[in-house]
Design a protein around this ligand. Structure first.
Ligand code: DAH
Length: 338
């Protein structure tokens, strides 16, 4: 029995060391330690060993099992290491990885979202309207006479059908009042189109954000307070804001709003950011006529409206000198806003 155990051990260790892969090693393990393995069968024979030798034979069996198990484990580690090295052949794991580029929101999207967030906190709801408009919603209903220069073919993209690309988002004021009843408090961000010569401050497609608030007793101080608060939220609490009398056909009185731009090393400048005013009663009259009711009775409700250039807000916020950068999608430029 003792010689038998020694022979099993020698053979097992030889087979383990000769194994070329994990499969051969597993076969070797089963042949010795498996249910019908040589050592397992030999151990079963211990019952026939004379009593006085049992302890010694038992010890031999245990020692053989321990040594074989240890040989199996170390051979397995060695085989894995060889396999790992083979898998890496030709690959240099010390090379730096390829960077994963993450996207970010476009500066225009950032400023638009921020403007919407501020105004929504103040109770304005989002409204929408078509970019292909008719003259009625873009001009007539906004009290803009047929001979107004904004309606000129040189300034506006007209389709053969007589429709046009909206020149401003103010048309959404009309679309909203056609179906809502006061109080109305909406904002409408969106594209506007003009046949402008493209240069550092003009594009033929640009972005506006329109606002309209109609209710009982809406006053000029409400307009001023709302827009001053808005601009200070956007540009900083110490931002100076100025209302300059102006003319728009659909508001009376009307203003242009400037913010004071302080660029380090430069004299401060006033920059125009928006138009605004108190809704002209003629606009309400036209709405009521279309609806065939008195929902926007100018004797009962008043309102203010405003429209601002989102591109311009972005240019001021980040000191962008050329509006064309906002549509060129040059990653070197856009990266700065990530
Ligand atoms: N629609 C005007 C423009 O595009 C901006 C504007 C001025 C909008 C006064 C308004 C407003 O709502 O009340 O130049």
């Amino acid at each position: 029995m003792k010689e038998q155990i020694a022979a099993i051990q020698t053979e097992a260790l030889a087979r383990i060391s000769a194994a070329e892969d994990e499969r051969m090693l597993e076969d070797a393990r089963v042949a010795v330690l498996g249910k019908k393995g040589s050592l397992t069968l030999a151990a079963a024979g211990i019952k026939d060993v004379p009593k006085e030798e049992k302890a010694a034979v038992g010890q031999l069996l245990n020692a053989a099992r321990t040594e074989i198990t240890a040989a199996l484990e170390s051979k397995q580690l060695a085989l894995r290491e060889i396999a790992d090295r083979a898998a890496l052949a030709g690959i240099d794991p010390t090379l730096p990885g390829r960077p994963i580029l993450t996207g970010a929101l476009h500066p225009l999207t950032q400023i638009r979202d921020e403007a919407i967030r501020i105004l929504r906190r103040m109770g304005f709801a989002l409204a929408d309207g078509p970019e292909i408009e008719d003259e009625f919603h873009c001009f007539d209903a906004l009290n803009t006479p047929a001979d107004h220069p904004a309606r000129n073919e040189k300034d506006t993209f007209y389709f053969d059908s007589g429709k046009l690309l909206r020149t401003h988002t103010s048309s959404v004021q009309i679309r909203t009042m056609e179906s809502a009843t006061p109080p109305v408090r909406i904002i409408a961000p969106g594209s506007a189109y003009r046949r402008d010569e493209i240069d550092a401050t003009h594009l033929s497609v640009f972005n506006q954000l329109e606002g309209l608030y109609v209710a009982e007793d809406v006053s000029l101080p409400d307009l001023k307070g709302t827009l001053e608060y808005f601009l200070r939220e956007l540009f900083g609490t110490s931002t100076e804001v100025r209302f300059r009398p102006h003319f728009f056909p659909f508001t009376e009185p009307s203003f242009e709003i400037d913010v004071k731009l302080q660029v380090k090393g430069q004299a401060p400048r006033w920059i125009e950011v928006a138009g605004c005013g108190m809704v002209d009663p003629a606009v309400f009259d036209s709405i009521n006529k279309g609806r065939k009711d008195d929902a926007f009775n100018p004797d009962k409700v008043t309102g203010f409206a405003f429209g601002m250039g989102l591109d311009r807000l972005a240019m001021i916020r980040w000191g962008i000198k050329d509006i064309r950068l906002l549509i060129e999608n040059d990653v070197r430029f856009l990266k700065q806003f990530a």
